[in-house]
Design a protein around this ligand. Structure first.
Ligand code: COA
Length: 260
């Protein structure tokens, strides 16, 4: 598929996607959001894509937010549709049954922070900055920021970012659990791809069920979540990969997973 604002490069089984509007600090205009949605819809059905790494073009920004020019022109009903498109897109990332890693290479503000939070893992460059500055514009986040941020860092820290509109650096984001690792800028994407490949050495169906168990469990009472985990565990035991993984361990050899 051809995109105007996304560059897609396959590194073996990992799709490395770069949002390419560096002159606007990769701000998410409608076109870019629609392309991200289309990319993840196609990635879900594309067996050649086993993991996704997302980053921003240039050395300054991952994504500096939703496009403020577009927000300025929205009517209230258009704003609801605008928020729903972003929410649906980001939920499709969170629910993709393949490891998705945000490689945050600079500003991740507003919709950029919300985009990063919808990925399963986040790695950041040392110059990365995170924030939800919407209140400075007289609005609130509309792409899931008020929901995913407290789930990731806790209510108190989330409200500090949401109410102050301030930014935190990569070190602080690591300290509060918003990012998994921090790397020098020039090594960021290679390390994100390395992390994706580390995940891909494992059973692909197990990866997808693990993502599903965590996603569903986060939104359910503990008894329901545990019952769901047990059912998904049962499903994984029914796979050829489970027989291969356990046999390989017992036979002291490397497992050859087939995703079946
Ligand atoms: N929407 C639309 N355009 C944006 C943008 C956004 N969220 N963020 C940056 N840009 C544009 C700027 O308007 C500027 O375009 P121009 O050169 O045509 O004037 C270009 O990107 C470069 O940004 P600039 O502000 O000049 O860079 P800077 O280094 O001085 O500041 C930021 C960087 C990130 C601090 C600043 O751009 C900023 O505060 N952006 C908005 C962040 C925000 O509020 N995001 C939440 C949106 S809901």
């Amino acid at each position: 598929m051809m995109y105007e604002n996304l560059l897609v490069e396959m590194r073996d089984k990992v799709a490395v996607v770069t949002i390419n509007r560096p002159d606007k600090l990769n701000a998410l205009n409608n076109k870019t959001m629609s392309e991200i949605k289309a990319f993840f819809a196609s990635a879900a059905d594309d067996d050649s894509i086993c993991a996704v790494v997302f980053t921003g073009a240039g050395e300054k920004a991952f994504v500096a937010g939703a496009d403020i020019g577009e927000i300025n022109a929205l009517s209230p009903t258009e704003a609801v549709r605008f928020a729903r498109l972003g929410q649906e897109t980001f939920t499709s990332i969170e629910r993709l049954g393949k490891p998705c890693i945000a490689a945050v290479n600079g500003f991740a503000l507003g919709g950029g922070c919300e985009l990063a939070m919808s990925f399963h893992l986040r790695v950041a460059s040392e110059n990365a900055k995170f924030g939800q500055p919407e209140v400075k514009l007289g609005i609130i986040p509309g792409y899931g920021g008020t929901q995913r941020l407290p789930r990731l860092v806790g209510k108190g820290r989330a409200l500090e970012l949401l109410l102050s509109g301030g930014m935190i650096d990569a070190e602080e984001a690591y300290r509060i659990g918003l990012v998994n690792k921090v790397y020098p800028l020039g090594e960021l994407v290679d390390n994100a791809v390395g992390l994706a490949n580390k995940c891909l050495a494992n059973g692909p169906l197990a990866l997808s069920y693990a993502i599903c168990a965590v996603n569903q469990g986060m939104e359910s009472p503990i008894d329901e979540a545990l019952a769901n985990e047990a059912h998904l565990f049962g499903l994984t035991v029914a796979t050829d990969d489970s027989k291969e993984g356990t046999s390989a361990f017992l036979e002291k050899r490397k497992a050859e997973f087939k995703g079946k």
